[in-house]
Design a protein around this ligand. Structure first.
Ligand SMILES: *Cc1c(COP(=O)(O)O)cnc(C)c1O
Length: 254
């Protein structure tokens, strides 16, 4: 029997990132938001988000979702509202944050969470809703107006946008100017594949800097752990591949 692969990732070739690897050997800076990672974050912000807000790399989107949900969740909340059609990482991330996934049905046409059902549930559950976690299904350019308003009224929104990096929407790159959190995956099978990795974007710079801190053991500037942290840092080796992927991405999208 011949096995025909459903999907075979085709990432950037070695010769496109050798010059970045040489920089790692020279600087001997291998992780901890090093120069290649910083260059990558800055390039994403200027090349994809017109310099609006802030971007932070993470070592995968599941960890990114955990950090984003944990940072946003309302203290009295119990539930994370999310679509019934998503990848298991979405409910798992909420559960790691001590929340109960509350599944909401999706629309027939775009397979994204039904906003009217979300509104009804918010009325019914009130403060018990800790966070809303929609999924931009398969990279769909979801209209963010409803979720923007929701976030502004105090119900935090964390978007699982795992496959969406590079989606050009009605307002530039997907998530541009969004006041809640947008989480992308750089897993090999996603549009922007580097192996393992991810990115958290928000128009809210303060929120991103809190997550950056939490992703580095919750360290304050004098290396004291002041929040519930973990290690979500992207290595400089992965950042090298991410930079080469960014170089090739416009061509890849075409
Ligand atoms: C791939 C994917 C994730 C997980 O991303 P990782 O970077 O592999 O952790 C989460 N949610 C959705 C919808 C995905 O497709």
């Amino acid at each position: 029997m011949i096995k025909i692969p459903f999907l075979r990732p085709n990432l950037v070739r070695q010769d496109t990132f050798t010059h970045y690897l040489s920089q790692i050997e020279k600087s001997r800076w291998y992780s901890n938001y090093g120069p290649l990672n910083t260059l990558f974050e800055n390039r994403v912000l200027t090349e994809y988000y017109e310099g609006n807000g802030a971007a932070l790399t993470v070592n995968n989107a599941t960890i990114g979702l955990m950090l984003a949900i944990n940072q946003s969740k309302r203290p009295k909340g119990q539930y994370a509202l999310m679509p019934s059609f998503t990848f298991s990482a979405t409910p798992l991330a909420a559960m790691w944050c001590g929340l109960e996934p509350y599944f909401v049905d999706v629309n027939k046409d775009d397979w994204c969470m039904n906003e009217e059902l979300v509104e009804d549930l918010l009325k019914k559950l009130g403060d018990k809703v800790a966070v809303v976690v929609p999924y931009a299904t398969f990279g769909t350019d979801v209209n963010l107006t409803f979720y923007k308003e929701l976030h502004k009224t105090g119900v935090p929104v964390v978007f699982d946008a795992a496959p969406s990096f590079g989606t050009k929407g009605r307002n530039g790159s997907f998530g541009n100017d969004f006041p809640g959190l947008i989480v992308f995956s750089f897993h090999a099978t996603k549009s922007f594949g580097i192996g393992e990795g991810g990115l958290v974007y928000s128009a809210d710079r303060e929120l991103i800097s809190q997550i950056r801190q939490a992703g580095n053991f919750g360290f304050s500037t004098n290396r004291e752990t002041i929040s519930q942290g973990l290690n979500s840092k992207l290595s400089e080796y992965s950042a090298a591949i991410a930079l080469a992927t960014l170089d090739a991405f416009p061509e890849k999208i075409k």
